[in-house]
Design a protein around this ligand. Structure first.
Ligand SMILES: [Zn+2]
Length: 267
């Protein structure tokens, strides 16, 4: 069974540092039906590298990139300025499709909440200025994330990546114009709230991703993840939803293409 899938969030550079070279990741991806990959930046170096990877790979898997400012990193002010400069510089590049990961993480406390919130707002405002979507990382911060996004309703848009909250929050974010993206966590037996959200959201708002090398789906849980494992997330979606498989696969693919084309989700 061969699928057509887009991995809307992964870190090929980190997968490589875990021992799997990028060309092999891409070869495995291709064999699993992965057509496109969004390579995500988390700081200045990884964002520059993401651009380089997107430019250099010319195989059958098309690669896009984002420029990010991850909320668990304690950035120097100079690095923040460089990241913002890079966003201004690349805004028109067709391979540059989003600002992120940005967001709030109250589980890891490397950066205080006040700083996280003001940085989050700063990058959202930049995304509005540049008319690009945001990729949001949010952990143990569902309400603050919602309150901030609400302040930019009808201006900012993007995706809640690796969604880990419940159905209520999935709908709240969706109603603000965000895609909800599900990772390998969806396949874990313990992930009842996340599965409940994936089951009930309008299909048009759903994306899937690996966040590889992290969060490998069942039966690879605990191992190094790679984009080639993304069919497991899609197959879990087949199990949870009532639409036929083809409709689920095609709709999620189309949603992902819209996202990569910097188009907002509209409900
Ligand atoms: Zn990530």
């Amino acid at each position: 069974m061969s699928y057509s899938i887009i991995d809307t969030h992964c870190h090929l550079d980190i997968i490589e540092s875990y021992g799997l070279p990028i060309p092999e990741s891409l070869e495995n991806s291709r064999n699993s039906g992965v057509k496109k990959i969004l390579q995500v930046g988390i700081d200045l170096n990884s964002s520059l590298l993401a651009k380089k990877i997107a430019m250099e790979q010319s195989g059958e898997v098309e690669i896009f990139y984002s420029i990010g400012y991850h909320p668990t990193h304690n950035f120097q002010d100079s690095e923040k300025k460089e990241i913002q400069k890079l966003i201004h510089q690349e805004a028109q590049d067709s391979k540059f499709v989003a600002i992120g990961e940005i967001g709030l993480d109250y589980y890891h406390k490397e950066v205080d909440e006040k700083t996280q919130k003001s940085d989050f707002r700063e990058f959202i405002e930049l995304s509005i200025e540049k008319q690009v979507p945001v990729i949001i990382h949010s952990r143990d911060a569902e309400e603050d994330t919602y309150q901030i996004l609400k302040d930019y309703k009808d201006k900012a848009f993007g995706v809640i990546h690796c969604f880990t909250y419940n159905r209520e929050y999935a709908f709240k974010y969706m109603e603000l114009g965000y895609y909800i993206s599900f990772s390998g966590i969806l396949t874990f037996n313990s992930a009842k709230d996340i599965q409940d959200a994936a089951k009930h959201l309008p299909l048009e708002s759903v994306l899937i991703e690996t966040d590889a090398p992290f969060l490998a789906p069942t039966p690879f849980r605990g191992k190094r993840n790679e984009p080639a494992y993304i069919p497991k997330v899609l197959e879990k979606m087949f199990q949870l939803r009532t639409e036929d498989k083809e409709k689920i696969e095609k709709t999620i693919y189309k949603n992902s293409e819209n996202f990569l084309a910097k188009r907002r989700f509209t409900c």
